[in-house]
Design a protein around this ligand. Structure first.
Ligand SMILES: Cc1cc2nc3c(=O)[nH]c(=O)nc-3n(C[C@H](O)[C@H](O)[C@H](O)COP(=O)(O)OP(=O)(O)OC[C@H]3O[C@@H](n4cnc5c(N)ncnc54)[C@H](O)[C@@H]3O)c2cc1C
Length: 402
């Protein structure tokens, strides 16, 4: 079976690899000249096997008035009179009640576990260099009530077999001594020793090369897909903006946030809302943390990725494709400088980036056949956790196609 995988971010590259490993003939397509240039380019790098918390939650619902009143700099929401956006917003809110939140979160955690196992298999098979490391992660809570509120979820995750522990600030500082200089309020932390990290963009490049050599996947970069051709009620070819169609038996759409550009052919794309975020990467220097940190109050993630140190965060629901907003990036940079003084001062070869998280209302990705065209499948909508969930989602898709 000849399968076109449309989009070479973490989800597409993982899908292409597992489909080729299962014996299919695979062509990996991307509009960009190389893999890993979209949402996967400079994310926070965290492989959050034990996080997985869905974004629509009772806590976010309580916080919504402050977000809409622009009182929390971590979020920017611009309401739009657009039917798809309003429907997405209503569906998002319907996922916020406690029971639905846990149903979504536990489903995401199961998928993350499948990813973790696929990652172990991949690392045993391939010698990939993407600064992978089991760094552990500390979620920092600003005060005793917020730390206490985290406890029931930690207990539930422990019942699922995940290793999470509640630490006092002193215990957290023993795990990561750089926290002694942390300038934000920290009452304590949730520690996940098994969480890993890695450079998602390097993973995309390396796994593409590996799959091309080991499993003979074909690469079609610099080619933008604009639609599909059908014959006798099923997919016959993938159409490009500026070259001949590619005849295929199956197409898997892994276009991340840009799946919305294919909405006319693919109604499933309406389930994906882009949520923009930012990152700043500088050289790692002595005294910066080794362990991954998430500041729960400021919604910032810090990661030491190889010789680099990165902060990522902010969640902006604005006009899709708005690009880099200087004022939003300035908030990220100034907050990071304030809480970890000295770590983000270097100007030389620092990297500024913004990307869009492809978010579904439930935060669970859509891994399913298209309702409109037989032979087309969707693997998209991985939101805040696409790097974490990519290999597990690819495994589910490969099983579906088998
Ligand atoms: C600031 C920030 C921090 C994050 N931190 C983390 C983290 O720490 N851990 C984590 O697990 N996740 C994180 N994420 C989320 C994660 O980065 C995304 O969920 C993930 O990258 C999505 O991958 P993808 O392959 O679906 O999309 P993408 O990486 O965007 O890949 C889609 C690809 O499809 C291509 N494409 C689109 N349309 C077409 C078309 N019509 N024709 C041809 N090609 C097309 C694009 O060029 C692109 O290369 C973060 C995201 C952001 C923004």
């Amino acid at each position: 079976m000849h399968i076109a995988v449309i989009g070479a971010g973490v989800v597409g590259v993982s899908s292409a690899y597992l489909l080729a490993r299962a014996g299919h003939r695979v062509t990996l397509i991307d509009a960009e000249a190389a893999p890993g240039r979209g949402a996967s380019a400079a994310n926070a790098g965290q492989l959050s096997w034990a996080y997985g918390d869905a974004m629509a939650s009772p806590a976010l619902l309580r916080h919504l008035p402050a977000i809409l009143a622009h009182r929390d700099p971590a979020f920017r929401v611009r309401l739009r009179l657009d039917a798809d956006f309003l429907l997405w917003g209503l569906r998002f809110l319907s996922h916020a009640p406690s029971r639905r939140w846990w149903k979504n979160t536990s489903a995401i955690l199961r998928l993350a576990d499948e990813s973790r196992r696929e990652m172990a298999t991949l690392l045993a098979e391939a010698d990939l260099t993407f600064d992978y490391r089991v760094a552990g992660k500390l979620h920092l809570y600003p005060d005793a009530p917020s730390l206490a509120a985290a406890r029931p979820t930690v207990e539930r995750k422990r019942q699922m077999g995940l290793d999470q522990r509640i630490l006092s600030r002193a215990e957290a500082e023993a795990v990561e001594p750089a926290l002694k200089k942390y300038q934000g309020d920290v009452a304590g932390a949730v520690y996940t020793p098994d969480d890993a990290l890695g450079d998602a963009a390097a993973f995309c490049r390396q796994l593409t090369d590996f799959a091309a050599h080991r499993y003979a996947i074909s690469r079609a970069f610099g080619k933008r897909v604009v639609g599909f051709e059908q014959h006798a009620g099923r997919l016959s070819a993938v159409r490009f903006a500026d070259c001949e169609p590619l005849p295929v038996d199956v197409a898997v759409v892994t276009a991340g946030p840009l799946i919305r550009t294919l909405t006319a052919a693919l109604p499933e794309a309406r389930a994906v809302q882009p949520v923009a975020g930012y990152s700043l990467t500088v050289p790692w220097q002595q005294g910066a943390p080794h362990v991954s940190l998430t500041d729960v109050k400021r919604k910032l993630a810090f990661a030491a990725i190889g010789y680099r140190f990165r902060v990522a965060g902010l969640a902006d629901i604005v006009t899709p494709g708005s690009g880099f907003a200087q004022d939003r990036f300035a908030i990220l940079r100034e907050t990071a400088r304030a809480v970890l003084p000295g770590c983000f001062d270097q100007a030389e070869w620092s990297q500024h980036w913004s990307g869009e998280r492809p978010m579904t209302p439930s935060s669970h990705p859509l891994i399913a056949p298209s309702r409109k065209i037989r032979g087309v499948y969707v693997n998209a909508g991985h939101g805040m956790l696409g790097w974490t969930l990519a290999l597990g989602s690819a495994r589910r898709l490969a099983d579906m196609l088998a």
